[in-house]
Design a protein around this ligand. Structure first.
Ligand code: GCV
Length: 688
């Protein structure tokens, strides 16, 4: 008997001390207390809610909690009300969201406020850029969790477990949709075999309230249906889509709808038939309407013409305002170019007043250091969502222009391009999980601050990391002072740091063409269209640097509403963070602090490098509080980030110095690389 007890004890301790691999995300549990759950009804979703309470209860030992579904005018769909002893909602999924929130409050120690919570956006969707062969475009965490090359149509128990874990993680932060395939879509996704696999995925995601959507290729009627055209006004094309959509709903009755990248970056679209984006989107919308499906139609369009690329989406879509069906939602990237480390908000936000518009954010770090850099993207998204468009007077923020507060949109929605793959820790970098988390939290509540989100995520993810120390007296205050506060500071500073060492003062799109990782301001091979090359964007010459988008230049400023347009147009009032986005200025231009533009640029690069170094030192100090595996992984990645930051600094300073011909300030560390070596090595290692 004694041996049995010792064995059981050792087993429990071993399990408790098992190294963290990050797979549990922010849902790590630690010895729940007992709870009694009372619920008059049963459904797969309610059963999950009950199990979650039992698995994760950290409230009063032995408490009793009621799950109540009833009409409540204060609650929107999915919303919930928490009282001392109950979770109330109008729907099953509202109960599940309420349960996850209650459990989160228990674990973070945060207050529940008045207990009512409603989502800011109705549709909170992850866009997976997953290809049907299992690879992921701009994915840095392994292959797709949905598709694979070998045995593509076999659904294994392992698949189902992973999809269930994925759905649970999403539900825990309120994400309620998943677009399962790349926007550069293969027509094959609409073939029988793939649709049957989608059906299997949908069945696992359904109890967690996650609907499936598909990206579709506009030319599918030709490539899959054998038609001669994909013209959206052609009767046979309309019938083809109607039939296909009927088939989809026969398999998946709660299918969400389509995401479409059309007439963009080589993808087929209505324009090749002389039709507009509205013609294309409306044709699909009409076919989806009887089933309550939506079309998320992307505004990421630009062509190789002389017009400033930053202006093109607005020029294309603004004239179509009011011409879209009410189940079309125009999906707009946060900035006018392409998910750069810093962009002003897209002028389409707030400008389309009679059309549903949804922000598209990029969770995967295509332009922000892949799964190598520690960059907490929440501050970038918060900056965008809280930007004032002035479209309906002061306070018309991007958030309010898209969440239904200002315009009566039939649907409100927000999308995040997923950073999830088959890696054990889902996202490649332990801190990249915070970006998935932050997207979900902001989609639920677009008024949250990044500080709060970081605080929650750190508590949920790391608090019980070092099990041996967990029960110690004063552990909580020790942990807060020595882990939570310094790591939160790293997270909150991390995006500005990346901007500093990559593209400060409004510079943009000067990254390497090799996977968009590392610097490449020189890259402009013959024959490549100009608006894909960095010199098009930075415009560096002996006379200065920056893209003139003022009224004297491309006039992109005029796409913004007053007083913002004038503020941006005037170099004296344009915020310095956007200076070179909107202005071409001489190297000697005097900044607000008296420095020359050239010196300011050098100091920003240097500051970014120093900040990454400070992150490293700060991280080294938190070692006692972090699981060894996770600690080492982050330490290694910060080392790689530091090296790359130095490369960015050296490359950009040396490259731009060729034009400025000015000396590098003496009080910054001189470059350790030679420009010619950096350029020669640029494509040596392939970054996907
Ligand atoms: C899915 C950028 C990316 C592409 C991406 C495209 C888009 O250009 O580099 O990989 O394609 O944006 O958003 O459609």
């Amino acid at each position: 008997m004694k041996r049995l007890i010792i064995f059981a004890f050792v087993l429990v301790m071993t399990l408790r001390l098992r190294a963290q691999d990050g797979h549990q995300l922010w849902l790590r549990t630690n010895q729940p207390l007992s709870v009694r759950v009372v619920c008059a009804r049963h459904s797969p979703t309610l059963d999950i809610a009950e199990q979650e309470l039992k698995k994760g209860w950290h409230g009063t030992q032995g408490a009793s909690i009621k799950l109540i579904i009833r009409k409540d005018k204060a609650l929107k769909d999915g919303g919930f009300r928490l009282t001392k002893n109950s979770v109330e909602a109008t729907t099953d999924i509202g109960i599940l969201y309420g349960v996850y929130n209650l459990l989160r409050y228990q674990r973070t120690g945060d207050e529940t406020g008045d207990g009512i919570s409603n989502p800011s956006y109705q549709i909170r969707v992850l866009d997976h850029w997953d290809n049907l062969n299992g690879t992921i475009e701009r994915g840095y965490a392994g292959n797709s969790i949905f598709w694979r090359k070998t045995d593509p149509f076999v659904v294994t128990e392992k698949d189902k477990t992973l999809w269930q874990q994925y759905a649970r993680a999403n539900a825990s932060i309120g994400i309620n949709g998943a677009v399962l395939d790349n926007v550069n879509a293969s027509p094959k996704i609409l073939s029988d075999n793939y649709l049957n696999r989608v059906k299997s995925i949908a069945a696992i995601l359904r109890p967690y309230g996650v609907k499936v959507y598909l990206s579709v290729n506009f030319a599918s009627p030709i490539s899959l249906g054998g038609l001669k055209t994909a013209d959206p006004l052609d009767a046979s094309v309309i019938v083809w889509w109607k039939t296909k959509i009927k088939e989809i709903y026969g398999l998946i009755p709660d299918f969400g709808g389509f995401l479409v990248k059309a007439s963009s970056e080589g993808q087929p679209g209505p324009q090749q038939y002389g039709r507009t984006h509205a013609d294309g989107a409306n044709m699909l919308a009409d076919a989806l309407k009887p089933y309550h499906g939506v079309v998320m139609w992307r505004a990421f369009v630009y062509t190789a013409n002389d017009d400033d690329r930053a202006k093109q989406a607005y020029n294309e879509f603004k004239p179509l305002d009011g011409k879209f069906r009410d189940n079309v939602i125009i999906q707009v990237k946060n900035g006018p170019i392409d998910f750069q480390p810093r962009e002003p908000f897209s002028p389409l936000f707030g400008a389309m007043k009679k059309t549903s518009v949804m922000p598209e954010l990029q969770i995967t770090q295509e332009y922000l250091g892949h799964a190598v850099y520690l960059v907490f993207l929440s501050t970038m998204w918060e900056e965008c969502l809280k930007s004032d468009t002035y479209q309906q007077g002061k306070g018309s923020t991007v958030a309010r222009c898209t969440d239904g507060s200002i315009y009566p949109q039939k649907y409100t929605a927000i999308a995040g391009v997923s950073n999830i793959g088959l890696d054990t820790n889902w996202c490649g970098h332990p801190f990249a999980q915070a970006n998935w988390y932050a997207f979900g939290r902001l989609a639920w509540n677009d008024q949250l601050t990044s500080a709060q989100i970081a605080d929650e995520w750190l508590k949920l993810t790391f608090y019980n990391d070092v099990s041996g120390k967990f029960g110690e007296k004063d552990y909580r205050s020790d942990w807060t002072k020595n882990f939570l506060n310094p790591v939160k500071e790293i997270m909150l500073d991390s995006r500005e740091t990346a901007v500093n060492f990559m593209m400060p003062l409004g510079l943009h799109h000067i990254m390497s063409a090799n996977g968009h990782y590392g610097p490449g301001p020189w890259w402009a091979p013959k024959g490549v269209r100009a608006d894909w090359t960095p010199p098009y964007f930075h415009q560096a010459s002996a006379s200065g640097i920056g893209f003139d988008r003022t009224t004297k230049g491309s006039n992109a400023v005029s796409q913004y509403h007053e007083p913002l347009a004038s503020e941006l147009n005037n170099v004296a009032t344009c915020p310095e963070i956007y200076l070179l986005w909107f202005h071409h200025l001489p190297w000697t231009y005097k900044m607000k602090n008296g420095q020359s533009l050239w010196n300011a640029l050098c100091y920003h690069y240097d500051k970014g490098v120093k900040e990454v170094h400070a992150f490293q030192q700060s991280w080294n100090r938190v070692k006692p509080f972090v699981d060894g595996n996770q600690f080492n992984l982050v330490q290694i990645k910060l080392g790689q980030q530091y090296d790359n930051a130095v490369l960015w600094k050296d490359a950009c300073i040396l490259y731009f110095q060729q034009f400025s011909k000015m000396p590098i300030p003496k009080d910054i560390a001189p470059p350790v690389h030679k420009l010619k070596d950096i350029i020669a090595n640029e494509f040596k290692h392939r970054n996907n």
